[in-house]
Ligand binder design. Structure first.
Ligand code: 5GP
Length: 202
């Protein structure tokens, strides 16, 4: 198990409806040490790549994206989920089905902050069905910028989003890939590890 997988088993919890809660270190209380550790991991995996901007979606991707941008010494831009932008009219937008809220969202980025010529590393906390990542890649495309790759903390590999995004030609680097999890049996299994680990339920 790597450092993130260990932390998921220790402090994560499974919730009915195929949700892994990681509020104790990633989604509510932010553990800055493990966030920095993940940021360093992305920096290592994308070493040698030219990156000018880190992009994520509000809200839960922001801390990880910000720490990654700090490591890379580039700005961090987050797509907003509300059209009531405090910015002037010129925006890129993309539709994005929310897995956690089970509804269509639109996400928005001001044209002012994403330019042709930007080399973008997309960061997010979770990758499930891939809708959030695909919406972000669409926004980068609209801007005439380039996606260098994606960095994900936790990929739920069995939901297929990672495969979908990789099949479209994007590089996706995930620190923990879950191959199986089951709230009824309180278990979780990670890619590349045959062991099944017991995990708490909510
Ligand atoms: P996707 O668009 O890939 O289906 O879902 C990605 C988004 O859904 C992530 O940004 C994350 O906020 C949320 N998400 C998906 N699955 C989970 C989960 O099991 N636990 C948590 N906490 N968030 C999830």
């Amino acid at each position: 198990m790597n450092f993130l997988e260990e932390r998921i088993v220790k402090d994560g919890a499974l919730k009915e409806g195929n949700i892994l809660k990681v509020n104790g270190f990633l989604n509510h209380l932010i553990d800055v040490d493990i966030t920095r550790h993940m940021a360093l991991e992305f920096q290592n995996r994308y070493r040698g790549e030219y990156i000018t901007k880190v992009l994520t979606i509000e809200a839960s991707g922001i801390a990880l994206a910000c720490m990654t941008a700090t490591q890379l010494n580039v700005p961090m831009l987050f797509a907003k989920k509300s059209a009531s932008l405090n910015v002037d009219g010129d925006i890129y937008s993309a539709k994005c089905y929310s897995f956690t809220h089970q509804k269509d969202n639109h996400i928005f980025v001001s044209k002012r902050y994403l330019e042709p010529g930007d080399k973008v590393l997309i960061i997010d906390d979770f990758l499930a069905n891939g809708q959030a990542l695909l919406a972000l890649t669409d926004i980068v495309r609209q801007a005439g910028a380039e996606v260098v790759g994606c960095g994900i903390a936790i990929e739920k590999g069995y939901q297929g989003g990672g495969d979908l995004v990789r099949e479209k030609g994007y590089r996706v680097e995930s620190i923990a890939i879950i191959d199986e999890m089951d709230a009824d049996r309180h278990i979780i299994r990670f890619k590349g590890d045959d062991n099944i680990y017991t995990i708490n339920n909510i």
